[in-house]
Design a protein around this ligand. Structure first.
Ligand code: GLY
Length: 425
């Protein structure tokens, strides 16, 4: 048997060879990108990827090594796709996971030009709601070979089993096959509903997220979370399945009411407080530069999702403010928007010395720092929450801007925090 040192030297040598081969492989990928661009071909070619996978796996004699090698190959192909997207500079950003790449196109006017970015020469079930200007879904439909538009009522009520079932029925009736797709045009509710329909129909078909609110752009449309509310519990049923792509057209934000913009800014403030002091500084400017802050927030979100897609650890940071926020949202009977509740929910989770700065930031962004709601109703909703278990409730705390930690608390610990948010605590 070789000595450990010798074996490690061999590994180093093989790694160096692999690095060199990887560089060569990516140089070829660059040529392929140029050819695809010249011929107008899509970057992703599932048939070709399957062939590469099968042919290479057949080269591995030891069956114990095949699953690991398959994962490596998938990761390599995903990296190649991401590299092509970047080279063709169509995607601003990308969520790159072991077996998927989700390009994020953030372009003014992208909605009018959607077929440049998305594969629309198939049946496309466009899901939107009656709170979203209908011209957005119509603009997308205009670019699709075989579109259908399903408009659901605006609001959380559409994240229900009944609306989801109805949507699946329509997809089935229209004859959508595995190679067809769903496109969500609207805010977070539409994204969750359409995303879950796409994840569950025929065991999963492609989904494009086309968020038209700041909240959905900065957070909900990226990362693959999809959900329905069930049994009185928010997001109780769902799946994590990455969209094929996310298309954001910031021009749609120009007509978004100020309150809706502030709603999205709350989620961006969440990213700033937990992960990005520079983003916090941008948010404190009198007129925060929307595109810059959106890009920074997306970079935080992508980094988190790429490291912890299944929310086993790091991704919990994105729940900052949401434990109390969801409770307040349930208790205030629809008077407050999601972002407004999350903004409130973040305040008591910040260290006392930080709170004046956070209050000032919330006020500056047009978000409330106090609200009228029943703290006991909020506690009851939190007790139902899926993040609550026998050991307590996992919460995210921020002691310094850009630094966060997890803390498990008991339900009763949240009572004074909630009361502190009332107009007259
Ligand atoms: N919106 C929280 C998450 O994506 O994990």
């Amino acid at each position: 048997m070789k000595s450990l040192e010798r074996s490690r030297a061999d590994i180093d040598h093989l790694d160096a060879k692999m690095a060199s081969l990887y560089t060569q492989r990516m140089a070829t990928v660059r040529d392929i990108a140029a050819q695809k661009q010249a011929e107008g071909l899509p970057i992703r070619d599932p048939g070709r990827e399957q062939t590469v996978l099968e042919r290479n796996l057949a080269r591995i004699a030891d069956p114990d090594l095949r699953p690991g090698y398959a994962a490596l190959l998938r990761r390599q192909m995903a990296a190649a796709r991401a590299y092509q997207e970047k080279l063709l500079s169509r995607a601003e950003l990308c969520v790159q996971l072991a077996d998927s790449v989700c390009p994020i196109y953030l372009k003014d006017g992208a909605l009018q030009d959607a077929d440049r970015y998305l594969e629309l020469d198939r049946r496309v079930c466009i899901v939107t709601d009656d709170g979203t200007p209908p011209e957005y879904a119509a603009a997308l439909a205009d670019k699709c070979a075989a579109p259908m538009i399903v408009t659901v009522p605006a609001g959380e009520g559409s994240k229900s089993v009944a609306v989801w079932t109805d949507l699946l029925q329509r997809m089935q009736y229209a004859g959508l096959t595995r190679s067809d797709c769903v496109a969500a045009v609207g805010g977070g509710v539409v994204g969750d509903l359409a995303g879950f329909a796409a994840a569950s129909y025929l065991r999963g078909i492609d989904c494009y997220q086309i968020p038209t609110t700041l909240l959905a752009m900065a957070d909900a449309s990226v990362g693959g979370k999809t959900a329905l509310n069930y049994g009185g519990v928010k997001n109780a049923v769902g799946a994590i399945r990455q969209p094929r792509a996310v298309l954001m057209d910031p021009t749609v934000l120009q007509t978004l009411p100020h309150r809706q913009l502030a709603n999205g800014l709350a989620e961006i403030l969440k990213m700033a407080l937990t992960s990005d002091p520079m983003l916090f500084a941008l948010l404190r400017q009198p007129e925060p530069p929307l595109r810059d802050i959106l890009l920074r927030a997306l970079n935080v979100k992508i980094a988190v999702v790429e490291q912890d897609e299944r929310e086993t650890g790091l991704r919990r940071v994105l729940n900052f403010g949401h434990t109390l926020g969801h409770g307040i949202e349930a208790a205030c009977g629809g008077r407050l928007l999601h972002g407004e509740c999350v903004g409130l929910g973040m305040l008591p989770m910040c260290a006392p010395q930080l709170r004046p700065q956070v209050e000032a930031a919330l006020t500056g962004l047009g978000l409330p720092t106090r609200a009228e709601f029943d703290p006991e109703a909020a506690l009851a909703a939190i007790a139902h929450d899926k993040k609550t278990d026998a050991c307590g409730i996992r919460t995210v705390r921020v002691d310094e801007i850009g630094q966060w930690r997890l803390e498990t608390v008991q339900l009763s610990d949240l009572r004074p925090m909630l009361r502190g948010l009332l107009p007259n605590p």
